[in-house]
Design a protein around this ligand. Structure first.
Ligand code: IFM
Length: 448
């Protein structure tokens, strides 16, 4: 057996998001977000589940911080619910909402855990959606004001900031595919949203610098790896298009100040445009300090002459093993994404802000044996180590997720946690993967 060791300053952590864990949907001044509306719309979320109670972390912060401490991690990524802080999206600030997050941050710091804060993990205040949401450019300024409010309150305590989580999901999945809130099915709307959230990101980075906030700021795009099925030029071009639309569309504007031409052309041929206003690309590409990368899966892509559409008609073939979410297990894709990003954009520091797997495992008298999750994490962490050795500037890794939670359109049916949550009693039970990850974090490496 060989021990694969990570650099001494490498950090291990876990991640969650507000709507997925907090509950307390109508307490202490919180107003509805688009996810409250969406989850309460019949047919949108499996079994009619909502985040009303979720893991009840709002009331169980002490338990959750203790579990983090015992896990031995040094970072915890969480998100702020905008509708707790500025319930109507713009205008009056709710200090009680801010108190909640400041207390969480204080508790993390007291336990030696670095807070890694995401400003936007999808819970747009419904009041803003009523005025057009992210399709309306006015939401950009509302976001910057919200971000500034959070910066001012937590400056000096939080040192790692993320503007957006998964811009592909905020735009395409939510406004074109329609599977997430607000559930639109309009590709032009999705491209407008994609552009506006990137401008909001850039303006927030700019504001962060102007205010002299202590610490570092980045964002967290989701990535996937599409490998051509064969070396046939059609397969190569199709895989490149899919990588372009999924990865480059959300990376190149920020890191190069341009949208990828081949994808832009593909959209333009279909009649879709990016509505760029003067100065937008300069704002979007304000330098960031680090990249947060989320990676789960990838696939082999085969050109399908009959396919009319980039997102749902490509002939995607694989023989991959799958998680219980039906996602391909593709650790090599993780390595490929990371090394590709480094060669394409340079060696910016990278934190893996999400990686993990959905597996169901029964709680049998307080024991949850999720050996398949351990195997998934093991393979991906080895791929990560190889990426480090290949020169990728990796600084840390966060498992999605600390605990089972509200998995968006799939409600409570898709557990990703290191900790099992009984959604009737809200009792938490660490799984086998929790103890495995504890050993990894403590020893800063793993055996192969
Ligand atoms: O649960 C989500 C998370 O909110 C964003 N990234 C992917 C996870 C698993 O689907």
């Amino acid at each position: 057996m060989t021990f694969v060791k990570f650099p001494d300053d490498f950090q291990w952590g876990t991640a969650t998001a507000a709507y997925q864990i907090e509950g307390a949907f109508d307490e202490d001044g919180r107003a509805p977000s688009i996810w409250d509306t969406f989850s309460k719309t019949p047919g949108k979320v499996l079994n009619g589940d909502t985040g009303d109670i979720a893991c009840d972390s709002y009331h169980r912060v002490d338990d959750d911080v203790r579990l983090l401490k015992e896990l031995g991690v040094k970072m915890y990524r969480f998100s702020i619910a905008w509708p707790r802080v500025i319930p109507q999206g713009a205008g009056e600030v709710n200090p009680v909402g801010l108190d909640y997050y400041e207390e969480l941050v204080d508790k993390l710091l007291a336990n030696g855990i670095e807070p890694f804060l995401t400003l936007y993990h999808w819970d747009l205040p419904q009041a803003l959606q009523d005025q057009g949401g992210w399709e309306n450019r006015a939401t950009i300024d509302a976001f910057v004001t919200y971000a500034e409010t959070v910066f001012q309150r937590l400056n000096g305590k939080v040192k790692k900031w993320l503007t957006l989580n998964e811009p592909w999901c905020i735009s395409i999945l939510s406004n074109y595919i329609g599977a997430h809130a607000p559930g639109k099915q309009d590709l032009q709307a999705a491209l407008d949203v994609a552009h506006h959230i990137l401008v909001a990101h850039g303006k927030t980075v700019e504001r962060f610098r102007e205010l002299g906030i202590v610490g570092e700021i980045g964002y967290a795009p989701n990535t996937e790896w599409n490998e051509p099925y064969s070396s046939h030029p059609d397969d190569v071009r199709t895989a490149a298009l899919r990588n372009g639309a999924f990865n480059e569309w959300f990376l190149s504007p920020v890191l190069k100040g341009t949208y990828p031409e081949h994808v832009k052309r593909w959209y333009a041929d279909k009649g879709y445009t990016v509505k760029i206003q003067p100065g937008d690309m300069e704002i979007i590409s304000r330098p960031i300090d680090f990249l947060g990368i989320n990676y789960y899966t990838g696939t082999l892509v085969k050109y399908n002459p009959g396919a009319g559409d980039l997102y749902d008609s490509l002939d995607i073939r694989s023989g991959f093993e799958k998680t219980d979410f039906d996602w391909n297990i593709y650790p090599e894709g993780f390595y490929n994404v990371l090394t590709w990003m480094t060669s394409e954009y340079g060696a910016l520091p990278i934190y893996i802000t999400e990686n993990g797997a959905c597996y169901e495992a029964k709680n049998v008298n307080g024991e949850v044996n999720d050996a398949n999750r351990i195997s998934f994490l093991h393979k991906h962490i080895l791929a990560l180590h190889r990426a480090l050795e290949s020169g990728v500037n990796l600084k840390g890794y966060m498992v999605w997720s600390l605990m089972d939670n509200f998995e968006w359109a799939f409600g409570y049916s898709k557990p990703f946690g290191l900790i099992d949550v009984n959604f009737q009693t809200l009792e938490r039970t660490p799984k086998a993967s929790y103890y495995w990850y504890n050993q990894l974090a403590v020893r800063n490496g793993l055996e192969v």
